[in-house]
Unconditional design. Structure first.
Length: 328
């Protein structure tokens, strides 16, 4: 999707703008390759979640398991979170973490919101891991995610889940991977997904939308950061004619046959226009999509500033949507 000369960037929501000023003391607008090793080491004030924390005070039984990965590749780590004492099969959210394809972990704080969905609706949650770029370029990340999904559905009986009530979900890079997994499932005749929930997904390697240009140097994860993420994943192919839609779902020309889709994104972030376009093309193909563009929101706003009014409103809409599509 090409862009014209951008106008001035949309203003940040006042409450989010104030939060962003504080966030920028530890989270830059622009990431560079030199930062990757340091960020991967983690931060003492944001430790990875333990099994006890993932259990939400015992609501979930938590098990970390390594399952077969793609052919010839290492096993894939999944964290299985199943409602303790469930007496019948339950639906499942298969969640893929974010991190620009280059950082992140399935035990990061974003998992807690997803587990909250599971607790409220009585669903299992599977937290997926994948190999990170640039050490593991495309197709390693998406194939890891797909292999984990296939294993989950294949073992539905053992896991106590309903294979007809599977939602694939993800945030940021994880949202892009979730969209790609949905395309792979459709095209390979894989698991029949009940829905896909994409939180500000990373969809387009071309990085040339109007919103990407408007937000350069602003917010969280600007166009320079985005170029780093996509180049880490795709190398010299980034932005060229031969990029697979399973790497960058915005490249897919046929968005028919996809499950009901939820997309949300901020108006003041790099991914705004590619997300709006993706929803519009699902509608054009006769599909179901619910799109929310949060005014003045930066990338990852609801996770980075959860106390703000707009973040709380955004979070509040996901559970009712899941309830509708799953009949929960």
């Amino acid at each position: 999707m090409t862009s014209t000369v951008p106008g001035p960037p949309p203003p940040f929501d006042p409450e989010l703008g104030a939060a962003l000023t504080v966030l920028h003391e530890r989270v830059p607008a622009t990431f560079t390759a030199e930062m990757i090793p340091l960020i991967r080491q983690g931060s003492p004030d944001q430790p990875l979640l333990t099994d006890e924390e993932l259990s939400l005070d015992g609501f979930f039984d938590v098990e970390e398991r390594f399952v077969p990965g793609p052919a010839g590749a290492p096993d894939v780590k999944l964290i299985l979170c199943r409602p303790a004492g469930a007496t019948s099969t339950v639906g499942v959210v298969y969640f893929i973490h974010g991190g620009g394809m280059i950082i992140g972990d399935s035990r990061s704080g974003g998992a807690l919101e997803v587990l909250g969905w599971g607790r409220e609706l009585g669903l299992a949650v599977v937290l997926a891991s994948y190999r990170l770029a640039p050490e593991n370029p495309h197709p390693a990340p998406v194939e890891d995610c797909y292999a984990g999904l296939v294993w989950t559905v294949k073992n539905a009986t053992e896991l106590g889940i309903d294979p007809e009530r599977v939602v694939v979900a993800g945030a940021s890079a994880g949202g892009g991977l979730a969209a790609a997994v949905a395309l792979l499932s459709r095209d390979r005749g894989g698991p029949a997904l009940a829905a896909q929930l994409l939180q500000y997904p990373m969809l387009d390697d071309r990085n040339n939308t109007l919103s990407a240009r408007q937000m350069t140097g602003l917010g969280i994860w600007d166009s320079t950061s985005n170029e780093l993420g996509w180049t880490s994943l795709l190398g010299d192919k980034r932005g060229g004619p031969d990029v697979s839609p399973y790497a960058a779902p915005a490249r897919e020309t046929d968005l028919s046959g996809l499950p009901p889709t939820f997309i949300d994104v901020g108006s003041a972030e790099t991914f705004r226009d590619e997300c709006v376009d993706y929803a519009a093309r699902i509608w054009a193909a006769g599909g179901r999509a619910e799109l929310h563009v949060w005014p003045g929101a930066f990338h990852g706003f609801d996770g980075l500033a959860p106390q703000t009014t707009l973040s709380q409103e955004a979070r509040a809409l996901r559970v009712p949507w899941l309830r509708r599509v799953l009949g929960a």
